[in-house]
Design a protein around this ligand. Structure first.
Ligand code: F6R
Length: 609
């Protein structure tokens, strides 16, 4: 996820406005920044790695001439957060200048093709292919317009993009195009804007035009023209008036970042389906050859590892050991060796305990593999191979969208390994892959259909002193994660166990009205789980179950239930089943008067909407 912004002003310098607008998009990415402006047919480009304020101190982003320009604030997906990979990117001639948010899936093929025609690439990004393709499209036809060259280019791109392009060839225009990445135009009195999100221009105009997938826009001083990419037909679309406050706008109308990020999961899960094959293959090859595999992480990332240990074992017949990073050195520090492989999972790539476990293992010659959301983080530097989960920055205190993305990546790794080892039939593989593709829409359905109900459940149990979370098999990880969310955000003491363990002690806590959340996918453990529910019910517990649609047996046993679509393979079930628990934690926090975006010392001191 990155932020893009462009503007054409009737008069004055565009750069200070672009700079200010990018600051308001920093929640979309902040590892590098760049601006390009045009004046009298000449381009000026400034860019560097680092946060906007730091880069501005060094290279003065306001001091750039010209009334037209584009800018970008980056969250790295392809290529480390270095100056050379910062946007804008240019073609060989320096005449075509591009900023991009999204992931170009076929960039490797396109790059090879362009290199074979003599194009020289300087960055490791997927975006740079766009500039060279536009250049290529001009070859042999100098009469072609920039708009035509961009249209031909985007027709060949697979993947997601919001693009803003300027060129010294036609220095009075910005061309934009969109597929699956947000793009919105702002219509001011004396300027026109394009941006990833409304907050970028909201202080200067509240008139917005939303660009749809498959559309290309030409911005000029006289306004905007939208056309469909496929057939070049004109689209008539009037601006809408946006009545958000700037604070609401940054959260896209949501009251808190946490709920915004919960709702973003269809998009972030979709991004995980676009990972580079090469890295998935490499990591699964290392796992295949490993003598022993440790899955090492903290907190929510540890829960993803716990779920992954079921995935690797069930799909690929690979035993793995999920270990809390903070325990790793004590438990395995002396035995880990050259034949050990550590798959470290960390959203931030900077968690001290995870890095300490990695360093200790590295000193004993183990192989380090990484899964992280922060390319350029320490974990990416110390890993032999790493994979970036491409979830965009997570601003809420609680990990939500990054958890489901981790699960999706880990499942894809398990599938690759299973394929390599010939452990899963083609039919099963196809089924799981098909369901993986459907997960974004499954998650969207859960949020759309169940959020109101979950609010009511949260309200009913608002005063509960303690909660239990129980699941079996892979759903144990879901139960642990549901507990962590509720404790972390709503400050409700919570307990989680594999359901089969509950009778070995924890059940003695149960008294009438005690809320017990059961995670109930219709997998091999369903029947036994029904027995666990009955045990709890017999002691008067209030049963809250997360069930598959049509699971009448468990619904009848439950005081309250939340439904998720049925037919999800066991291996994928933690993804849809955690969504209701994220929402439960959020609405419990709201009901109890806490701001879920704040750490505890501040959570009560701010107004909760
Ligand atoms: C929970 C949460 C933490 C993190 C943990 C690990 O909502 O945010 O438990 O999951 O601190 O962080 P990373 O994944 O960055 O290593």
């Amino acid at each position: 996820m990155c932020g893009i912004f462009g503007c054409i002003m009737d008069e004055g310098k565009a750069a200070p406005l672009i700079h200010e607008s990018l600051k308001r998009l920093e929640y979309r990415g902040y590892d590098s920044v760049g601006i390009a402006t045009l004046e009298d047919g000449k381009a000026t480009i400034k860019k560097d790695q680092g946060k906007i304020d730091d880069v501005h101190r060094l290279i003065d982003l306001d001091d750039m001439p010209g009334p037209i320009g584009i800018g970008h604030t980056r969250w790295a997906t392809h290529g480390a957060p270095l100056k050379v990979n910062a946007h804008p990117h240019v073609d060989c001639s320096g005449q075509i200048i591009v900023v991009h948010n999204g992931i170009i899936e076929n960039f490797s093929e396109l790059r090879l093709e362009l290199e074979s025609r003599g194009h020289v690439f300087v960055s490791k990004t997927d975006t740079e292919v766009v500039a060279h393709m536009i250049e290529e499209n001009f070859k042999g036809n100098s009469a072609k317009t920039l708009e035509d060259a961009v249209r031909e280019t985007v027709k060949r791109i697979d993947g997601s993009y919001a693009l803003a392009i300027v060129s010294t060839r036609e220095p009075d225009k910005i061309i934009c195009a969109r597929n699956e990445s947000p793009l919105v135009l702002g219509v001011g009195k004396k300027a026109i804007y394009c941006a990833s999100d409304i907050p970028a221009f909201l202080p200067v105009t509240n008139k917005a035009v939303f660009v749809n997938d498959g559309e290309l826009v030409v911005l000029s001083k006289s306004g905007y023209e939208i056309r469909r990419i496929q057939d070049n037909s004109l689209v008539a679309r009037e601006p809408e008036i946006i009545d958000w406050t700037p604070e609401m706008a940054v959260k896209q109308g949501y009251p808190h970042f946490m709920i915004k990020e919960v709702h973003e999961q269809p998009e972030t899960l979709h991004n995980t389906l676009r990972l580079q094959d090469h890295y998935l293959d490499l990591i699964s090859t290392f796992l295949d050859r490993a003598n022993e595999v440790f899955l090492v992480a903290c907190g929510t990332s540890y829960h993803a590892c716990l779920a992954a240990s079921y995935m690797f074992s069930k799909l690929a017949f690979l035993p793995t050991y999920p270990v809390y990073a903070s325990e790793f050195i004590e438990q395995h520090g002396k035995s880990v060796n050259i034949d050990s492989t550590i798959l470290a999972v960390s959203q931030s790539g900077e968690t001290a305990d995870t890095l300490a476990a990695v360093t200790a293992s590295q000193q004993r010659a183990a192989t380090i593999l990484g899964l992280t959301n922060a390319i350029g983080s320490t974990l990416t530097r110390v890993s032999r191979v790493y994979i970036g989960q491409q979830s965009g920055p997570e601003i809420g205190v609680a990990a939500t969208k990054t958890f489901t993305s981790q699960l999706s990546v880990l499942c894809q790794l398990a599938l690759r390994l299973a394929k390599k080892r010939g452990k899963v039939s083609q039919q099963e593989m196809d089924f799981i892959e098909e369901k993986l593709e459907q997960l974004p829409s499954i998650v969207r359905t859960i949020v759309d259909d169940q959020e109101e109900k979950i609010k009511r459940i949260a309200d009913k149990y608002r005063e509960a002193k303690v909660f239990f979370f129980l699941g079996r098999g892979i759903s144990t990880a879901t139960a642990y994660e549901g507990r962590l969310k509720l404790m972390e955000i709503a400050y409700v003491p919570s307990i989680a166990f594999p359901a089969g363990e509950s009778k070995h002690g924890p059940i003695s806590l149960i008294e009438p009205g005690f809320p017990v959340v059961f995670i109930c996918p219709k997998d091999g453990s369903h029947k036994t789980l029904v027995g666990n529910i009955m045990e709890m019910k017999a002691r008067g517990a209030s049963i809250i179950s997360i069930v598959e649609q049509g699971d009448e047996e468990i619904k009848t046993l439950s005081d309250d239930y939340v439904e998720v679509p049925c037919g999800i393979p066991e291996i994928l079930s933690p993804i849809p089943f955690i969504i209701p628990l994220q929402l439960l934690a959020y609405y419990m926090a709201i009901g109890r008067g806490y701001n879920p975006d704040m750490p505890r010392n501040l959570a009560k001191s701010v107004t909760v909407k």
